[in-house]
Design a protein around this ligand. Structure first.
Ligand SMILES: Nc1ncnc2c1ncn2[C@@H]1O[C@H](COP(=O)(O)OP(=O)(O)OP(=O)(O)O)[C@@H](O)[C@H]1O
Ligand SMILES: [Mg+2]
Length: 261
């Protein structure tokens, strides 16, 4: 369907366990997310946020309802098709950066493509380009332990976007970061989101990140109970101390990339 948004959920239900220990994590979710939209999901612990984005990312299978990504119905795909689709179109950023401590920064990012069957050389070249986009082009050989939390999260983001996914889901990407590093990561995600054709969902507990969103959905007990549409205002994100060297180097590159598409 030409006018269908990239992400469409209808009546999505997901439970864990059975009998008296059954947990109704999603009780009927209806949701449309447009291309180029930075969509946030908020709500108390246990309300179903991670479950919802895991269903959207094809990591968890839902029990009922429809999950349509770019017009394709995930529930009708075989496991194999779904993992192919996920490998091609979906990126996932976790709260904990999940970097491999024994691999350097470039290898940590290249590994996604190598797992997908690309040669080490091509994967390493592409990793270098992607790390440059997130402002870490000068840290390719560093080990993760030598990086700050914000830098580690940027490596994790590079790893999630190296295959140029159309859908990027992020689970609390700033919760391990201080205010300034969190702001830089949000600016980076914002720049990634504005690329046409890409949809981005961010789960957050951190109300300082709300200003980066276009729309916020509040979840409670397995339901979306409220949507708030915001108008993103670049001026409003300038309330933190200015960075000495302007925006992260990767921002300009990604904004240019976005403009080119
Ligand atoms: N694999 C699982 N097995 C059993 N129950 C689960 C599983 N994953 C999640 N749940 C339950 O489903 C509900 C929703 O969990 P979910 O992780 O989606 O919440 P959340 O909103 O992401 O919470 P938080 O903000 O703490 O990360 C919770 O009651 C949780 O205990
Ligand atoms: Mg969670």
């Amino acid at each position: 369907m030409a006018d269908e948004p990239p992400i469409r959920l209808r009546g999505v239900v997901k439970s864990f366990g059975s009998g008296s220990s059954e947990v109704h994590a999603l009780r009927g979710i209806n949701l449309d997310i447009s291309a180029g939209e930075l969509f946030m999901l908020v709500g108390p612990s246990g309300c179903g946020k991670t479950t919802l984005i895991s269903v959207v990312a094809g990591i968890l299978r839902h029990d009922q309802g429809e999950v349509r990504l770019f017009g394709e119905d995930l529930s009708r795909m075989s496991d194999r098709c779904k993992s192919d689709f996920r490998a091609r179109h979906v990126g996932f950023v976790f709260q904990q950066f999940n970097l491999v401590p024994t691999l350097n920064v470039q290898e940590n990012v290249a590994i996604t493509l190598q797992i997908g069957g690309q040669s080490r050389r091509r994967a390493m070249d592409r990793a270098a380009e992607t790390l440059d986009q997130v402002g870490l082009g000068d840290r390719l050989g560093a080990m993760p332990s030598a990086l700050s939390g914000g830098q580690q999260q940027r490596v994790a983001i590079a790893r999630s976007i190296i295959h140029d996914p159309s859908i990027l889901v992020c689970d609390e990407p700033t919760s391990a970061l201080d205010h300034e590093k969190g702001r830089q990561v949000m600016e980076l995600l914002r720049a990634i989101a504005i690329r046409p054709g890409r949809a981005l969902i961010i789960v957050t507990h951190d109300n300082r990140t709300y200003k980066f969103s276009d729309r916020i959905a509040t979840m409670e007990d397995g339901y979306i109970v409220r949507f708030v549409r915001r108008r993103f205002d670049p001026e409003s994100v300038d309330d933190a101390p200015a960075q000495p060297a302007g925006p992260p180097a990767g921002m300009a590159a990604i904004t240019a990339l976005a403009a080119a598409h």
